[in-house]
Design a protein around this ligand. Structure first.
Ligand code: ARG
Length: 464
């Protein structure tokens, strides 16, 4: 059997293997809603421009209403034989209304059709992810508020560096996610031009109104160049690029959770809801969800690499290679949604252990070394480089004595720098250290509380 849609000059049907490699309806059925919407707009425009009759237009809209309903109710029967979502819907329309169905494709090609459908799909995906990310920020901000004063060690090189607050640490992720949302917002702006009416490549001789269809489909304007319109997939690449950075952030967050809930750190504990057992070792409580968020980042990067590779050698304009765009984007979207939801669940679930955190924050007593050096500079006007050197000698003495800086006697310190007074001991606790970091963006509990309020103002609203 030859294809009804492009079968005019073909005498035999496609070889089975041809059908196998060509068929996309197994995944592009996810564009059905957008396809109907695009067709409705196109049909209204064809009527308004006098290109098809009002009666045919009404028949088409009526048929599309039926199709829409069948799609929504999941009773629409997609056929592999009909290749893709576009031909499935058009064929169903023909079954439903007969001859007028054949007029819908006037002044349209599947090339501008699929580009339009897919743009609308990605646009909705961007909005969806933005909303999910806002919710993730919201739970992070709430946790940060609850732990504005919880002291933990801050790390550089995964070595204890300086005491910080857990709230401050969580707000770092709120900022990262905020930038992710910014990238999705930017991508949406560039995405929002309408390819419909570009035809196969060159435009059309019919007197279409591309501004009308663009407006009906909530695009800002029609795309300016018909060749670009059918061959551009930047919007999908930008979605995957922004998604890859987001996946990196989620993975880093997940990695920290894996570290924090280990018995070596013991900073947080997951309830049974987010812990899995080992089939052999009864004592284990494994953070599988965090590990999977970390692991699934690979899929997102893979999707970006897939589409970059598909696009990099394509001459203008459309080539069938581009059909490969959809699975990459659909898969990345599903994975991102799942990872964001899992991360949100873990943030809500994790139970911090402030005692373990603050004990570790002491860093064996040396995490406040910078505070000692700062004190020497601030109180004794010693140049910081010299203060750093003096502090190094104090640390060495404490190491030799096997005690913390705060456990040294005043005379131990005065042997190294005679001007040191008893007052120095007030800065040698992790709490005092964190509380003193009041510079803008610093870790002090008071700052964290102010940043929590500011973050709620800045972030708890959806994409403009
Ligand atoms: N299923 C196709 C795709 O996703 C639709 C466009 C087909 N265009 C064509 N000229 N064969 O790319």
């Amino acid at each position: 059997m030859t294809s009804k849609m492009w079968g005019g000059r073909f005498s035999t049907g496609p070889a089975a293997i041809m059908e196998e490699i060509n068929v996309s309806v197994g995944f592009d059925h996810r564009l059905a809603k957008q396809d109907v919407r695009g067709s409705r707009a196109h049909c209204s425009m064809l009527v308004a421009q006098g290109i098809i009759s009002k009666e045919d237009g009404e028949a088409i809209q009526g048929g599309l209403t039926r199709v829409e309903k069948e799609v929504a109710e999941k009773s629409f029967h997609f056929k592999r034989r009909l290749e893709d979502v576009h031909m499935n819907i058009e064929s169903r329309l023909a079954d439903l209304i007969g001859e007028p169905a054949g007029r819908l494709h006037t002044a349209r090609s599947r090339n501008d059709q699929v580009a339009t459908d897919f743009r609308m799909w990605v646009r909705a995906a961007l909005e969806n992810i933005d909303e999910e990310l806002m919710k993730l920020q919201s739970v992070l901000i709430d946790k940060a508020e609850a732990h504005a004063g919880t002291i933990m060690p801050g790390f550089t090189h995964l070595q204890v560096a300086q005491p910080v607050t857990f709230g401050h640490h969580l707000l770092a992720y709120v900022e990262m996610v905020g930038r992710d949302r910014g990238r999705f917002v930017d991508a949406r702006k560039r995405l929002n031009e309408c390819p419909l009416g570009a035809g196969a490549i060159a435009g059309t001789s019919f007197p279409i109104d591309r501004h009308m269809t663009a407006e009906k489909l909530d695009f800002d304007r029609p795309m300016a160049n018909s060749m670009d319109a059918v061959s551009d997939r930047d919007f999908a690449l930008e979605f995957l690029a922004a998604g890859s950075i987001l996946a990196t952030h989620l993975s880093r967050m997940a990695e920290e959770m894996v570290l924090w809930c280990s018995s070596q750190f013991g900073f947080i504990r997951f309830t049974d809801a987010f812990s899995t057992g080992s089939s052999m070792m009864p004592q284990k409580r494994n953070p599988d969800a965090a590990e999977l968020v970390r692991g699934k980042a690979g899929r997102i990067f893979g999707a970006l690499t897939t589409l970059l590779t598909v696009m990099k050698g394509l001459p203008l304009t459309y080539s069938k290679d581009m059909q490969e765009d959809k699975e990459a984007v659909f898969g990345a979207f599903d994975t991102l949604e799942l990872c964001i939801a899992a991360m949100m669940g873990m943030v809500l679930d994790m139970q911090p252990d402030p005692a373990r955190m603050s004990a570790a924050a002491a860093g064996g007593g040396f995490a406040v070394a910078t505070d000692l050096a700062d004190w020497l500079t601030a109180k004794l006007s010693i140049p910081f480089r010299e203060s750093h050197h003096i502090t190094g000698r104090v640390v060495k003495v404490a190491e030799q004595k096997g005690c913390t800086l705060a456990e040294l006697s005043l005379s131990d310190m005065q042997e190294i720098e005679p001007r040191i007074t008893q007052a120095v001991f007030s800065v040698l606790t992790a709490e005092a250290s964190a509380a003193s970091r009041t510079s803008f963006g610093g870790t002090a509990p008071a700052n964290v509380r102010a940043q929590v309020a500011a973050a709620r103002e800045r972030f708890l609203k959806v994409m403009p």
